[in-house]
Each structure stands twice: as structure tokens, then as C-alpha cells.
Design a protein around this ligand. Sequence first.
Ligand SMILES: NC(=O)c1ccc[n+]([C@@H]2O[C@H](COP(=O)([O-])OP(=O)(O)OC[C@H]3O[C@@H](n4cnc5c(N)ncnc54)[C@H](O)[C@@H]3O)[C@@H](O)[C@H]2O)c1
Length: 297
Amino acid sequence: MTTLGIVGAGAVGQTLATAMVSAGLAQRLLVTSRTQSQAQALADDLADLAASTSSPTTVTAAALPDLLDCQAVVIAVRARFTNTASRNVRMGGAAANAPVVRVLAAALRGHSGTVIMVTNPVDLLSRLFAEFSGCTRVFGIGSNLDTARYRLTLARLLNVPKEAVRGHVIGEHGDGAVICASTTTVNGHPVHVPLKAVREELTARPGRISSGIGRTRSGPAGAVLSTLRLALGHHDGTTELTTPHNGDWYGIPLRFIAGQPVPCLPTLDSTEAQLLHTARTKLHTAYTELVHPEGAS
Ligand SMILES: NC(=O)c1ccc[n+]([C@@H]2O[C@H](COP(=O)([O-])OP(=O)(O)OC[C@H]3O[C@@H](n4cnc5c(N)ncnc54)[C@H](O)[C@@H]3O)[C@@H](O)[C@H]2O)c1
């Protein structure tokens, strides 16, 4: 019996839960949110979906301790705050979301399953959750969503099917994202990547979606769903996730074999290596300031 949990019944949590119930990913889905009534409302709505689609998933509004027995828990909370940042937008949520993540880490200490962090800034908060909970299978969503957007964008610019494009976006899920252009291929052949046009689209896309429909939701839900399938060992494959690597936390490709992740960073050219170094330094500094604000200048 597979039991999965979602914390946060907002735009991403709702869309993800709908996708999970529609896909019949688990026998049981536990949902929690800021209030019990919010979680119960989502559970009832999803039960209606399950009944009309004959989904095998039973959805229950739960309390945080109930999630300890889940094979995987997805964290998609967002504290109430107004983000006024125009650059490094995701970093704008650090101070507001970190206390919530600390509380969740304390509540889920001892959880031995997978934890998938969605809440931004995801690279910092994956690490914060892991270090405060002691959980050892914590992965952050973001670089895989960036990679999906990269492949779509490149396919459109080069007029090829998206399935023909192979390539990764790594580093920060944010302004420090690194496009691995030198190892990108189309139908197995190296290509010239129009980096300026790609970067412009990757930068503009999330804001365009948010201003059109309020929030990005289906893209991140898809990135979580495909990660869950890999982490639960439903099938093998590679995806880009925030994970500890060489002493820092940032997005790299992980190859999952029977649910176990193996880092598989592609070879980087000198520009990409420099950009990754810059992203790592930025994330390292921001994490230190988040955890030890008294030491920050
Ligand atoms: N990593 C990614 O690729 C990615 C993509 C999209 C969104 N996000 C991030 O995901 C997070 C959620 O986004 P959203 O659009 O769903 O936000 P939202 O505001 O729509 O929903 C957030 C939910 O969290 C709940 N919540 C708040 N505090 C809580 C607490 N203490 N305990 C439990 N639940 C709590 C709220 O009640 C709400 O239901 C944000 O930080 C957003 O930036 C990340």
C-alpha cells in the first residue's frame, strides 16, 4: 500500500493532488495545510474526483504527524507575504518561508521516506529542511522544471520535436540557473544553442504564466509527479533535482535506479563551470545568511 502526503493546499498542492489522484499514483493520499478546514475541503473535492474517475486513491485530511508513515511527502507551502523583488524573485520568499519549513522539519523528524521540496527558494529550503529534520532523502523541485522549459523552448526555436532534445539546466532554480548548452543534443547530435533567446524565454515564462493565471501550477505539479515515480522506484530514469553535491545544495541531474539516486553531472565547458561556481557561491552565501543572520554583514 503506497501512502503519499502533501503539505500545502494552495495552487501547486491542489494541482499536484489532482494529478496524483488522476494518475492513481497511491492507494492513500494524505493532505495537510495551514488550517484543517482547508485540508478537509481539498480532500472532499479530490474524493469527488476519485469517485467519478474510479481512481484507486483514497484522500484524507490529515495532521502533520500522520505524514511520518508516508513513503513520500511533498512540501508546497507558502507563508503569507508580499514579494516585491523584481530580480532573484524566488529568493524573495526566503525569510518568510524558512520559519514554516523549520516547523515542518521538526514535525517530520524521523521520517525515513522521500521528501520533495517545492517551496521557494527551493535550493535553500531543501537544505534547510534536510539539516533541521535529519531526513536523508530530500530533493528539491526546480531544475527539472527549468529543464522541461529549456527543452520545449529549444525545440520551438529549432523547429524540432521536444522529444528530440536532450539537455539539462542545473545550478540554482532562479537567476543562477546554468544551461548546459555544450552537451545539449538534438536527435543525438550536438547543436548550436541560441542562448540569448533561450535565456529570455526561461526568464519571462514563469512571470507570464503567473500574470495570466495567477500562479504557475501545472508545470511544477508535473515535475513533482515525474520525480515521485522515479523516487518511488516505479521506473528508472534521470531528472534534475536540488541535492547535496560536493558540500553544497544545488540542482544536478540524478539518475534513479530502483529508487536510488546517482549524481550524473554532465561535462561542462569553462563558461558553464564558471556559472555553476557562481551559482554555488551565491546559494552558499544565501544559506549561511538564512541560518546565521547574526553573522551576516
Ligand atoms: N520549485 C518550483 O519549481 C516551484 C514552482 C512553483 C511554485 N513554487 C513554490 O511553491 C510554493 C507554493 O506555491 P503556491 O502557488 O501553491 O502557493 P499558494 O499560496 O497558492 O499555497 C500555499 C499553501 O500553503 C499553505 N500554508 C501556509 N502556511 C502553512 C503551514 N504553516 N502549514 C501548512 N500549510 C501552509 C497555505 O494555506 C496555502 O494553501 C511557493 O513557495 C512557490 O514559490 C515552486
